[in-house]
Every structure is written in structure tokens, then in C-alpha cells.
Ligand binder design. Structure first.
Ligand SMILES: [Zn+2]
Length: 431
């Protein structure tokens, strides 16, 4: 991406940078793709700069989403890297980590490089996460050193778990020698075959087979036991959704193990009740859980156990979602609703300070996967988001920049609206 030729002065905004602890009125000067100055209002003299009036708005580091399905290569009818990252920019994200369950599976350095090539037309930084095993079949490890050299920042078989103990141990060991996290989609599929929602009274009433919480927590506990045998290993639990799994993470961390985890906005904003009468826009994996699990996600966010909010943006074409509940594919889009949901649920309802909410969407996910992103400190690359924290707006999927419209938040009133997104010095979204 070529940086904007003209410098940009963002004036009069409330600058919140969780990475440096800054929260105050500041002006920000962006030049040649870098943040060159963050000063008190009126201090920066840059007559050649374009002005952006940020009065009443928040200026923060560009948001970082560590769990996104961009669907390329292979499934461009659902999403492309160009459309997915346009939706990311509209949602305030400047960095996205792309999951490897593409067609073919991203298990080679060639695909890792292909995804990052300028020809993909990305409107955000794309950090590929490579498959942990060949074809994500859970049998043979991929070439971690070569994948890392090509740009992969972690390994995972997301969508599928690594079930075999010996293979998971090997993955943790091999990744540890390279400083790569192993991201696990924690689902013991021996307990979830044929299941399409959370186990419980509602699934019973709807006549659907339900996934028990133990399918998630059991695998997280197994992975933690394996991690104890690995020097410098790092386990990252994707889209955590149950109290039991979160308790296991909390306990492991108290023992000094390097376990991080992320939660999706839908798992802290919704419960299984949203399935209603077989609404496939409420079908995802892990499934929406019971209220007690949702409440546990909020507790985990508030007490710091949860490191990051990640969307698990999973676009699907309408014809795929418009079929019987148990046959429809899992997943929902999430890039354009994440900030609004986080502000509404965490900041407005649970009084979490905005600096902490923003940390979960920038500094902390970047730290969890060791990405160079998520700060406004002078010298940082120019990834900036400007938004109105008070503006209420209604989300209409028809206005979404994603190719797909599968969302349970159609018609929801959200709070906090993106005005400007700058990724690598380039304006990628402007309302
Ligand atoms: Zn997953």
C-alpha cells in the first residue's frame, strides 16, 4: 500500500492509546506512513497537512482482529480478501489475522505469500495464520519454519480441533521453538457429531442435537495438560464460550502457563435463545450458549482473563444459510458490528472504561499474537481509527461492505460509530 502523499493532522480529538496509557485531548500528525507527533491541542504546526476535525470523537489505534475468515483462496463467492478487509476498515480494523480453512487449506508458504500479495487489494494489514497440520487433517505437522518465514504469525486447524494428543504435543513443541502460538479451536468432535447448537432444554425442544460445554472445556483442559510438558509453549484458545473452559484458562495462568484466549462479540452479547425458531443466522461454532456462560464471558472480560475480542467473521452466501438449521454452515459476519457491540455491552451496560474496551480490540490482541500493531506511540505505523463513542445507529446488513449478510444483528441499535480508518498511512474508510 502506498501511504497518502499528503500529511494528515487529526485535530481536537480525545486520544486513547491503551498501549501507552494516554487518554486526553491531543492532536495527531501523520506523515509518510508514520505517526510523527502526538501533542497537546494547537501545538502541532503543519501548514501543508490536510485537517481532520475530530472534536467530540475518539482517536485510537486501529483495531486488531485476530480471528477472521477471508475465504480466499477458493471461496470468493462468500468473501474475498478485498471485500473482507473493506468490511474490516468500515468496522475500524486495520489489522486482521486470516484463518487457514480456505480452499485449498493454507498449509504452504506459497499460499501464505499469496494472501499477502498487493494484488489481493487489501484495505487492512493481513496476517495469515497457517494450518497446524497438512490439510488441517490433524495428522502431519506442516513446515512451521517455512510458514513463519513466509509471514505466518501462528498455526491452527481452526474449524477443526487437533484431537490426537501426540500431534498436539508435537505442534506445541515445534511452534514453541519458533515463538509461534498454537491456536486451538477447542471442540472435542467425538462429543459433537451431528450437533448444531448448544446442548440444553432449548435444543431438546427444537429437536436438535446439542453440543455439551464439556466438548469445549475438556479439550482446553487436555491442551493445558500438554502445555505443561512444553518449554516456552504458547496456547491460544480461539473463541472461548464456556465458564468451564474459562476457569481452566484462569487456573493455568495462575500457574504461570502461557495461555491466552479470545471471545467473540456474539458470545458476550447473545445467548442460545437467539436461535429462536431455527434462525440459521444464529448458528455458529462454538454455538451461542446459556445465560450462565454468557455471564462468565463478561466476568472474564472484566477481570482480565480474556485477552482479546475477536470477531470470528465467517461470511457465507445466502443460499448456504437458507436451508434447514442442522444443514446450514456455521458462522456469522462480525467486522462491522464488533466495536458497537463492545461499547454497548461492555462500556454502557457494564461500565467498563473505554480505554479497557479499546485495549481488548487493539493492544491486547496484538500482544497475544505478537503483532507489531495496536499503538499510537510516535514512530508507530499509521494505523488509526476515529469514531464517535456516543452515536447510536442501526446496523443494516444491506449496507455492509462484506459480500455476505449472515448476521444475527440485523436491525440492532448499536452505540459507537466509525468515522475514519487509516491503515498503513492510507485512508481505508471515511464516512
Ligand atoms: Zn473456530
Amino acid at each position: 500500500m502506498t501511504p497518502s502523499p499528503k500529511p494528515l493532522l487529526i485535530r481536537g480529538g480525545r486520544v486513547i492509546d491503551p498501549a501507552t496509557g494516554l487518554d486526553g485531548l491531543r492532536d495527531l500528525l501523520l506523515r509518510d506512513g508514520r505517526i510523527v507527533a502526538v501533542e497537546n491541542p494547537g501545538q502541532i504546526k503543519a501548514p501543508d497537512a490536510e485537517l481532520f476535525n475530530a472534536k467530540g470523537l475518539i482517536v485510537a489505534p486501529g483495531l486488531v482482529d485476530i480471528h477472521v475468515h477471508l475465504r480466499e483462496p477458493g471461496q470468493g463467492y462468500k468473501e474475498t480478501i478485498a471485500t473482507g478487509t473493506s468490511a474490516a476498515a468500515a468496522g475500524g480494523f486495520t489489522s486482521v489475522c486470516a484463518m487457514p480453512n480456505t480452499v485449498p487449506v493454507n498449509d504452504s508458504p506459497e499460499i501464505v505469500r499469496w494472501m499477502q500479495a498487493p494484488e489481493r487489494g487489501a484495505s487492512a494489514r493481513v496476517f495469515p495464520i497457517a494450518a497446524a497440520t497438512r490439510g488441517s487433517l490433524g495428522e502431519t505437522l506442516t513446515d512451521y519454519p517455512a510458514l513463519k518465514a513466509a509471514g505466518a504469525i501462528a498455526v491452527t486447524d481452526d474449524g477443526k480441533p487437533i484431537l490426537d494428543d501426540a500431534i498436539m504435543l508435537k505442534a506445541l513443541r515445534s511452534a514453541a521453538t519458533l515463538g509461534l502460538p498454537v491456536i486451538q479451536h477447542a471442540e472435542d468432535t467425538r462429543l459433537t457429531a451431528g450437533c448444531s447448537m448448544n446442548a440444553g432444554a432449548l435444543a431438546f425442544r427444537l429437536g436438535l442435537r446439542g453440543m455439551p460445554v464439556e466438548a469445549e472445556s475438556g479439550l482446553v483442559e487436555r491442551d493445558i495438560a500438554l502445555l505443561q510438558q512444553v518449554r516456552n509453549g504458547h496456547l491460544h484458545v480461539a473463541h472461548i464460550s464456556t465458564r468451564r473452559a474459562l476457569d481452566a484458562v484462569r487456573e493455568a495462568r495462575s500457574q504461570g502457563l502461557n495461555v491466552s484466549c479470545e471471545v467473540t462479540p456474539h458470545h458476550f452479547a447473545l445467548t442460545e435463545e437467539r436461535v429462536g425458531l431455527y434462525d440459521t443466522n444464529a448458528k455458529m461454532n462454538p454455538p451461542l450458549r446459556a445465560e450462565s456462560d454468557r455471564a462468565a464471558m463478561i466476568e472474564g472480560i472484566l477481570d482480565g482473563t480474556i485477552d482479546a475480542i475477536a470477531t470470528d467473521h465467517a461470511p457465507h452466501a445466502s443460499h448456504e444459510k437458507e436451508q434447514e438449521f442442522d444443514r446450514a454452515p456455521n458462522g456469522i459476519t462480525g467486522l462491522e458490528t464488533a466495536l458497537g457491540l463492545a461499547i454497548q455491552v461492555l462500556h454502557v451496560r457494564h461500565k467498563m472504561p473505554l480505554v479497557k474496551v479499546l485495549a481488548l480490540l487493539s493492544q491486547r490482541p496484538a500482544l497475544a499474537l505478537a503483532l507489531k500493531a495496536g499503538s499510537l506511540a510516535p514512530g508507530s505505523a499509521t494505523d488509526v481509527v476515529v469514531f464517535d463513542p456516543a452515536e447510536k445507529w442501526v446496523f443494516h446488513p444491506a449496507d455492509s461492505l462484506s459480500k455476505s449478510k449472515n448476521t444475527p444483528f440485523d436491525g440492532w441499535e448499536l452505540q459507537g460509530r466509525i468515522q475514519l480508518t487509516i491503515s498503513e498511512g492510507r485512508i481505508t474508510f471515511r464516512r
